[in-house]
Ligand binder design. Structure first.
Ligand code: ZN
Length: 281
């Protein structure tokens, strides 16, 4: 939705969360031929200092599947380097595997911040990434609360043991050690700063096309650590799915055949929708 609004100025085939089967590989002996795979979406140049340090996700010349100069997954075929692919374990269904990319993004939070059972955590935003982040953070034993606007979406997380609260129904003085901003709205950051304790951490997960002015003084006054957080570890996400640590299937709102892709977008735009799938099978 944000890409259609202009995020990254992308033109081309959309789609960066997918599961598929390897139909051909440059190396015809590739062990991945015929295998069910998911794929990491950043493709570094392989030569710069970031790529050589294993940080291809931050290569300044990278392409990104369906987002930056590379056609995405809403097509019958797509190409990715073999190194980007991860075989999907048999225990993980197609419908679950499609969540590997956003689930990996949720696990990135725990790669960047040492979250433990001593922490109180607030996740802002009951969209797909907010729910997945709350479920992943719940695995750490931390005291996690998910805040959102939609009872039906909050229920998906509540059913898996996460505390939930409707926006506007929080205690006046309530603050948290860690606040994860996943509202997808430009105003979320400012709200996050008002909900984090002094010396606490704000993790920003929203990639919003819109920008706005804001007052940064609370960061200084309360000595807040602000962390930007994007793509994460696919292996960890696939393992969590295989071990059924997180149930992503309640997040699927509906699945459409590709000929109804426009209807899929209409539904995805509606309040209450979480993940809408397009099926090419
Ligand atoms: Zn590079």
């Amino acid at each position: 939705m944000e890409i259609i609004k202009g995020y990254q100025g992308f033109r081309g085939v959309l789609g960066h969360e997918f599961v598929g089967v390897v139909e051909s590989a440059a190396d015809e002996a590739s062990i991945l031929l015929g295998k069910r795979v998911v794929g990491e979406i950043n493709i570094g140049c392989g030569e710069c200092e970031y790529c050589r340090a294993g940080l291809g996700n931050h290569c300044p010349r990278r392409t990104v599947l369906g987002i930056v100069e590379r056609d995405g997954a809403m097509a019958e075929y797509l190409t990715l380097p073999v190194g980007n692919l991860h075989e999907v374990p048999d225990e993980v269904s197609d419908e679950e595997a499609v969540f590997t990319e956003p689930l990996a993004a949720a696990f990135e939070i725990t790669e960047q911040v040492a979250v433990s059972s001593n922490h109180s955590v607030l996740v802002m935003g009951d969209g797909k990434l907010g729910i997945l982040s709350a479920l992943v953070l719940g695995l750490t034993g931390a005291d996690v609360t998910l805040m959102g606007k939609h009872e039906n979406k909050l229920h998906v997380a509540a059913a898996q043991g996460v505390k939930t609260v409707l926006l506007g129904e929080m205690g006046e003085e309530e603050t948290y050690d860690i606040v994860v901003e996943a509202t997808g709205s430009a105003g979320g950051f400012e709200t996050a700063l008002s909900l984090v304790r002094p010396r606490g951490t704000v993790v920003l997960k929203s990639t919003v096309a819109e920008s706005r002015e804001m007052n940064l003084a609370p960061i200084v006054i309360n000595e807040i650590t602000v962390i930007g957080s994007r793509c994460g570890p696919f292996d960890t996400a696939l393992q969590a799915l295989a071990e059924k640590k997180i149930d992503v299937t309640p997040l699927v709102t509906e699945t459409f055949p590709v000929r109804d892709a426009e209807r899929a977008f209409e539904l995805a735009r509606k309040k209450g929708s979480l993940k809408v799938l397009i099926d090419f099978r």
